[in-house]
Design a binder for this molecule. Structure first.
Ligand SMILES: [Fe+2]
Length: 220
């Protein structure tokens, strides 16, 4: 059996899919006749779009740049996808702004529209994620060693501010299996100060199901 290569996309895309589907569900459940629910739903939508934008930028700056140095032109269609992403998410944001200033039946109607537009976007974006996980991941494996890919991942992690990292880690802990979370916590344990490890461990425990947390705790 050949040894498994380091996947730059699989873990982060797992968190991204979790964020995407959680927001889809929340938009579906939302009562846009209720002020507090509307506010909370729009805040979550805003946070989701923020995660997507940040993730896109990490790929553009770190992954696409590295690939272009080896295979000029390989990321062109992916960069176009990112531009389309940017346009579609911006339209959703504009719709969210209209919802904020709407009231009554009009707000409920716009709520139906934002649910439809968001899910149309989600459908398009899922195809993009899969293309990255297959086409670009293969090109990365063919042109870089695992050590080099881990260094790219490290450069991305290194530019995320601590408060943003806390938010990303929350989504990761809520969407990874025990093996994946164990791996991350053990890296933090060996590389970060004990208080950082302790903080992240508490965060993981707070968002995980008890049975899953018990498995992770036994392995870190
Ligand atoms: Fe992407």
């Amino acid at each position: 059996m050949t040894q498994e290569r380091f996947s730059i996309y699989r873990p982060i895309h797992k968190a991204i899919r979790h964020i995407l589907f959680s927001t889809s569900r929340q938009l579906g459940l939302a009562d846009f006749g209720d002020d507090a629910v509307t506010q909370e739903t729009l805040a979550n939508l805003d946070a989701t779009i923020g995660f997507l934008r940040e993730h896109r930028s990490h790929e553009d700056v770190h992954v696409h740049t590295a690939l272009e140095r080896k295979i000029p032109g390989i990321t062109a269609s992916f960069a176009e996808d990112h531009e389309e992403d940017d346009r579609l998410t911006h339209e959703i944001e504009q719709l969210a702004t209209r919802i904020k200033s709407a009231t009554g039946a009009q707000r409920v109607e716009l709520g139906v529209e934002v649910h439809e537009r968001y899910n149309a976007y989600l459908g398009i974006y899922l195809g993009h994620l899969y293309r990255e996980e297959t086409v670009l991941q293969q090109a990365l494996w063919d042109n870089f060693t695992d050590e080099e890919l881990i260094a790219i991942d490290g450069a991305i992690a290194g530019e995320i501010a601590p408060e943003r990292m806390g938010l990303w880690l929350t989504e990761m802990c809520a969407s990874y299996n025990p093996d994946e979370i164990t791996l991350i916590l053990n890296i933090v344990k060996s590389e970060a100060p004990p208080e950082v490890f302790q903080g992240i461990t508490q965060l993981a425990e707070s968002v995980m199901q008890p049975a899953m947390w018990a498995k992770v705790r036994a392995r870190i």
